[in-house]
Write a protein that binds this ligand. Structure first.
Ligand code: NAD
Ligand code: APR
Length: 234
């Protein structure tokens, strides 16, 4: 029964140099998501999709966690299982900042899956559409990432956490993609205090009790310090 549920989006990793999706220079301004983030796009041109994720994997491997990632890791170290951290992000920066339990609802850039036998494994730096599955040797390997139209991972576990938390914090997400954009409403109905930490108001900002605007590296670190000092006083 976590006291705090933290949801994060691309804005958490923006200051680490990883692109967001819907900002003016975001990924979806440079790629048509229907080509690189849908099952139909993958069926049409799997190598284009492998190349898209190879570039994002190289970018992520060259990036460092920022102060927001590190602050969340400090919070988890203090709260343990009282904190439930779910992210829409597929990068490994929260783990690199020292977090032990990160729920990647959209999958992970550093993992691969076989659509044939379901096997999952750590991704090499670069992948090709004709790489065989290391388990079944079949030709159906793909990034272990959730695409538009697919069902996100861990939804039952996430719903349970949202329905029992006292505080729900959303960091760096535009609130434009469901089901993540609907999490604040579930938390509100469970009586949680809801906080949005974002560079600017998201599409769901009006549903939050508290809005703090600014770069994640500043507003997340500030918010975590307040929680930690209150936690120390208890
Ligand atoms: P959605 O409701 O946001 O999108 C609905 C449809 O609109 C999608 O099929 C999408 O192709 C299309 N669309 C949205 N924005 C568009 C744009 N800018 N240009 C062209 N078409 C656009 O998403 P959904 O289909 O309900 O997604 C289901 C799940 O897949 C969600 O959890 C979503 O977050 C996830 N997802 C993950 C990734 C990823 O890269 N990890 C990418 C996309 C979606
Ligand atoms: N600090 C805090 N927030 C920031 C920063 C920053 N430095 N930079 C950008 N943001 C905010 C933007 O204001 C925006 O609200 O991060 C958000 C980024 O929104 P999107 O680009 O839509 O990314 P996200 O919300 O994570 O997208 C959700 O859509 O394409 C799918 O699966 C993909 O997980 C992704 C999902």
């Amino acid at each position: 029964m976590p006291a705090i549920v933290v949801l994060s989006g691309a804005g958490l990793s923006a200051e680490s140099g990883l692109g967001t999706f819907r900002d003016t220079s975001g990924l979806w301004a440079r790629y048509d998501l229907r080509d690189v983030a849908t099952p139909e796009g993958f069926a049409r041109n799997p190598q284009l999709v492998h190349d898209f994720y190879n570039a994002r994997r190289a970018n992520a491997l060259a990036s460092e966690p920022n102060a927001a990632h590190r602050a969340l890791a400090r919070l988890e170290a203090a709260l343990g299982l009282e904190m439930y951290c779910v992210t829409q992000n597929i990068d490994p920066l929260l783990e690199q900042a020292g977090m032990r339990r990160v729920v990647h609802m959209h999958g992970q850039l550093m993992r691969m899956q076989c659509a044939g036998c379901g096997h999952r494994w750590d991704a090499p730096a670069s992948t090709r559409a004709d790489d065989p599955c290391p388990a079944c040797n079949g030709p159906h390997t793909r990034p272990d990432v959730v695409w538009f139209g697919e069902i996100p991972y861990y939804m039952d576990e996430i719903a349970e956490a949202l329905e029992s938390c006292a505080v729900f914090v959303s960091i760096g997400t535009s609130g434009s993609v469901y089901p993540a954009a609907g999490f604040v409403q579930i938390a509100r109905e469970a009586g949680a205090h809801t906080v949005e930490l974002n560079l600017e108001a998201s599409e769901t900002a009006s549903q939050f009790d508290e809005l703090r605007q600014g770069p994640a590296s500043a507003v997340v670190a500030q918010w975590v310090e307040e929680i930690l000092s209150a936690h120390r006083d208890t």
